[in-house]
Structures are given as C-alpha cells and as structure tokens.
Design a protein around this ligand. Sequence first.
Ligand code: ATP
Ligand code: MG
Length: 782
Amino acid sequence: APHASDRLLEGLNPQQREAVEYRGPALLIVAGAGSGKTSVLTRRIASLIQNREAYPSQILAITFTNKAAAEMRERVEQLLGQRAEGMWISTFHSACVRILRREAEHFGFTRSFTIYDSADSRALIKRIIKELDADTMGHTVSSAANKISRLKNELTDVESYARQANFNDPNEAMFLEIFRQYTRELQRANAFDFDDLIAQTVYLFRAFPQVAALYQRRFRHILVDEYQDTNHAQYALIRELTRRPDMELLEGAVGFDGQPLRISKTPLDESSLTVVGDSDQSIYAFRGADIRNIVEFERDFPRSKVILLEQNYRSTQNILDAANAVISNNFDRKDKNLFTTFGAGEKIVGYTGYSGHDEAQFVADEITELHRNGTDYKDIAVFYRTNSQTRALEEIFIRSAIPYRVLGGTKFYERAEIKDVMAYLVCIANPADPMALRRIMNVPKRGIGPATEAALQSWADARDESLREAMRHAGELGLGPKVTGAITGLAEILDEVGSTVEKTQVPDVLTTLLQRTGYVEALRASRDPQDEARAENVDELVAVTKEFQRNNPGGRLLDFLTEVALVAAADELDDSSGTVSLMTLHTAKGLEYDAVFITGVEEDLLPHRMSANEPGGPAEERRLFYVGITRAKKRLYLSLAMTRAAFGDVSVAMPSRYLQEIPPQLIEWKQSPGDATSRGGLRPRALNARREGFSYRNSLPSGGGMPAAPKPKTEWANKVTGQVRDNGDLTLEPGDRIRHVDFGDGRVVDVTGVGAKKIAEVLFDTAGRKRLLIKIAPIEKL
Ligand code: ATP
Ligand code: MG
C-alpha cells in the first residue's frame, strides 16, 4: 500500500481499504448500518497522520455525540500508538463553541458567553410571550421555540425573516416580534442558544473572511460521521470550512445552499472532505436534518468520489434480513442489501404482553436469563420510543435486581438545586446574563422579592445596562436599607468570586461560592427532608468539578461550563460499568450491543402518533425502527403490550405495522397475553383456553405467529381477545368472585385506581395472583 501501513489496513475488505486510502478533494462513503463507516473514518484519520500527510492539528472530525468523539480519539491514538495532540474530534456544537470562544468578540459577544440549553431558551421565550401578550393570539412557548429553532437551522435570521414575512398576517407579525426580542435578549445576555452555536459560526465566517481563512487553512482534512443527519446550517458550516482562500468562482455554478461554487486553483493544496452516512438512518428530520445533503453530495462537491460498503460486520443474517425487509418498504431510496458472513444466528424473539408491566417483566426475565448464560449486563440495551415508557421498565428492573442506567430522561443537570448552583457559576463567568441572575437572586432567601427585581430591571432597561450593573447601584433605587444591603452583599460576593476565576481551580471557585452564599447551609438547616438529598446532589456537583479538574489540569470555569452545556444524552453512558442501558431509539444511533430489546412496537408509539401528521413521518419512524434493529449483534427482541398506559390514559394498543414487514419465519413468538404473568404456574386447561381466546398464533388470519395490525382498533382487539369489551362501570369490590376467560375463576382481593384505569387484583383459584384492568379485562362477575 502506497499510503498507509499494513497494520492500519489489516482486516479491511477491498472497499473499506479503498475508503481509507483514497485521496482527493471529496469522498462520500455511503453504506448501511454496521458496515464499518465509523471504523473506516477512524482509520482514515490514523493513516493521514501516520503517513505524515497531515499534522493532527490539521484534522477536524465531526461525530454525533461527545461520547462518540471520545471513542474515536481513543481509537485513533490506539492505532497510532501515540497521543495525537491538537486533533479536533468533536460534535458540531463543541467545535463551534471552541471557535466562538476565540472569535465571538468580532461581533459583539465576549468569550465568556453563556450557552442556553433548551430549558433556558424556553424560559426566555415564555417571558417574552407574556410581555407581548402573545399567548392570547395562540402563540405557545413550544410553537415559538420550535419555529425559531427551525429558522436558525435554516440560517434564517431575524432580518431575513422580516424580509419574507407577511405582515398582513397578525400572527406572523407577532411571531416576528417574539423572534426579534428573543434575539435581542440573547445578545444583551451575552448568550447563545444551542442552534446559534452553529448558525452564528456560519455568520461569523461569512462576515469575516479573514477569520474564516484562518480555519480554512488550518483544517486540511474534514471528516464527518452520520452525515445523513446534518441540517442546513451544519452543511453550510462545512461548505465555509472547505472553501479554500485561494479558490476561484466556478462560473455560473450555484450550490444547493445558494452560494456560488468555487474550485481551487491549486488542486494539490486543497483541503479534503470525507463524509460517511446512511440515508436509511436519517432520523432527525424533525430537527431540520436534510437527507438531501447526502443525496446531492456529488453535485455540491465537484470531483467527488463515492464508495459503497455492503458487508455488515455487526449482526447475524436473521437480524439483517429483518432490517433489510423493514427498510425496503420505504420508497425513494437506493436499494442496498447488507450481508454478513456470520451465519443466520438466533431467531428474533417476539413477545406480546398483557400490559406494559407484563412486557417489562418479560424483558427483565430474558435479561436475567441472558446474564445467567454469560452475557454481561453492559452488552444489553433496551430501547423505547418515548421516555414515558421507562417507568414500567425501571420498576420491574429494580424488583428483579437488574443493574441499569437510563440515558437521557431527568438528568442530573436538570435538578433544581444543580441548576441553582450552575446559575451561580454562570453569573460569575458571564455578568451580563440576567436569566442566571434572576434564578439565584433570592436563593437562598435574602428578601429580594419580585418588586425589587422589577425595580432593578427597570433601572437597567432605562440605561441599557445589565441587571447585574443595576445591583451595583442598588443604593440609588430608594429601596429599604435591608433589601439594599442584601443586594449589595450578593453583588459583592459575585464580583469577588468572579475576579478569581482566571487563576483559581474550579472546585475551589465552587466551594468558596457555596460557603459565601450559604447555599448548602440553607439546605442543611431546612426541615424539608428532600433538602438533605439536595445537599448531597450539590456535593456530587463538587465531585464533578474535581473530576473535571483532574482530566483538565489547566481547565478554568469557562471550560467547565462549556463541557456541562454540551453534555448530550448519549454521553452519560459508561461502557465499563456493568449495567443494562435504557435509552430512546434516537439515542441508540451509532451504538451496538450483543442483545437488544425494542419495546413498545405498537401503533401510536412506533410509528409515534405525532408522526402521522408529518409529511414523511411514517417513513422516518420506519428508519428509526431500522436503526434500532441494526444495533443488535446477536440477539434481538421485539415486544409490545396489548394495553398501555400512555398519553395519560390506559388504552388498547395495536401491533406496529412494521412488524408485518418482517418475514414471519424470522421471528419466534413467545406467547402473548397472560403468559408472562403466569409463567410456570399455568395448567394445561387454562393454556388451551388462552390459545383459543387470546393467542395471536391461532386467532389471526396470517397464521404465521405474528400479530397483524388490522384496523380499526376494536376489530383488531375483538379478534385477539375474542371480546373487547368495554366493561363500562362494572363495579368490583374485594371479596367478589369473578370469571376470567383465560384464568378461570377467582376472588377479588383489592381494587385500586379510578375510572378507566381501575385495576382489580384477583387471586385466581388456579392461575395465581393477577392485576387486571377492569374496564377491558375479559371478565364477568359471578
Ligand atoms: P452505523 O451505521 O450503525 O453507525 P457503521 O457503518 O459506522 O455503523 P461501525 O460501527 O464502524 O459501522 O462497525 C460495525 C462493527 O463492525 C464494529 O464492531 C466494527 O468494529 C466492526 N467492523 C467494521 N469493519 C470490520 C472489518 N473489516 N472486519 C471486522 N470487523 C469490522
Ligand atoms: Mg457509525
């Protein structure tokens, strides 16, 4: 091999090898899941460095999560056998923060800007909507936040929106006002929201060509993983970075972003762009990801080369066949058939629970079984479509003593006390930020009420000063001496601690702050038992800063705040710990596990009911299912429930339409309703009764052991259960005798819940103890 050493090419198939060795301005690697896209990208970086074609500092690699970035860096260094300092391997957001921290001063921000997460943005939008009385016109925080986010991802700023807005429509005019104020407030607060990080970097590059040129010259090799999920702003960023300063316009040619195309005058000196992606795994259209970025790559980047990879190195053939079959139902895609040499492997296991709890019990039992047979907990993952599905799983996992970890969900940094303390740190780092200041102004209580805050705010507004500056002038506001003292006292603490951050280690900054503000003391003194736990969480945050300092010996407060702001859901994952991972299907992208459970494979969940109204919604949901399936290496479980407590109600669930797309011979259905709750104790007679009454296997026309998804709901349910009935207001009390189609006769021991969610706990004469949803259970009172 002329370029890379043999070790770097070891074990690669010819197409992978070509992808590592190819040199040219633009390379697109398109391939299905598990075909080695990420691996090839990693080896390509290593090969560039090893062959001295690039210094590490000339490489910019973009991954989808910080965790993926850390893994890629580790892998590159492992391949090279040495540290590769100066290499940028990060998410789009992290890379942009690094650029903005250096360059934000060019356009009126300081390097200590705050990064608003979506909760911060929403809080700000909420205030603005209230001030403008926009809620009376039907503007909600969600609708405004989503629209602003979408506009930013399309690089539409307030000015360009104003040019195209229809001012005859009062709604649109109002939205423009919200957008305008929101933008102004962010600027005043010296803050960027998440979408700004990308968009503002693009604006920076466009407005300051000399700044752009710096980065264009620096990054000679740009590599992007998961390219199918880039949105327009990210695409534009790549375009800006790959535009060489010495390039000339390509006469008359216009790229897909509307910008003129250029080519380098000196081809040898040009930068190279490598992107890898799989349009079948595009699952972020709702956040503005644009599949056209991959489809039109060849047009957008002249003289580009495309390499296809088809061999899958992750999954067994059965799993791949299921994935291929499902995704082939999407039109408008290039057919590709993944294959493997691993052999058929185990069949996919299907399971239909009576309820979400029953389904969770099945998952727990199978995990216990897998673990007994030698699979580590860390090699097992459970996926679901919505976070609300975790509750049942968690309850059962705790009861079954299965160690687990939920990725995403209510995170540490979303707890109130952690947000308080973080707000203190933000106040110190960025005195211009009023959101953070408002949060802590009276926490712990120091007698600064809403009226005082309003007085400070109007002083600031009148002079176009910050809220913080107003605090320093508290004496001029004519407030009482006690309040004035409290305000000045707080301002002093913030200023004093703030003046030390450049020189002080982060844990010291934090502990000084906690001491001087009395925050922890107030928690400890409180009689609320919750406050003790809160104080412990704050201790935990101190531990986090200590760990940060260990990993970043020279790191300062700003670096710490940046890191925290960019922690994404998938980053909380810790592979070395022996826990089962629970996560949404979205979070699962790019990961792989020996055994994968996809739960809630039902209509309304997968596809999600919100997707029905979106153009392309069901197709995107199918891709999401495809992503889930292709995470599995050896074992795949698909489960659903017949009734599910979701969307605030208990309802009858239908099997997902996608299940029908999997060839029946690939799935072995491990029984349906009732079976799980009575495993082991069920007598043959009851089993027969169940078969007649309940089993999908015998009751559905397809006969393949697979639940079909006929509509409408009641018809399906009738077929499956023999009677969906609505028991209506059947009242049961402890002591009542009932008869169940499946379980036979029994005695009610307890009734809980209300209305449609009323549940009877019944002790059956032969089938044991069961919990039944009274409204729809196939029961009658004796
Ligand atoms: P996804 O689309 O899910 O992101 P991917 O295309 O990025 O998948 P990788 O994660 O790079 O695929 O690779 C999948 C698995 O196959 C990994 O465990 C990787 O180590 C392994 N693999 C890739 N190429 C080879 C190869 N040539 N020989 C053996 N194993 C390989
Ligand atoms: Mg990958």
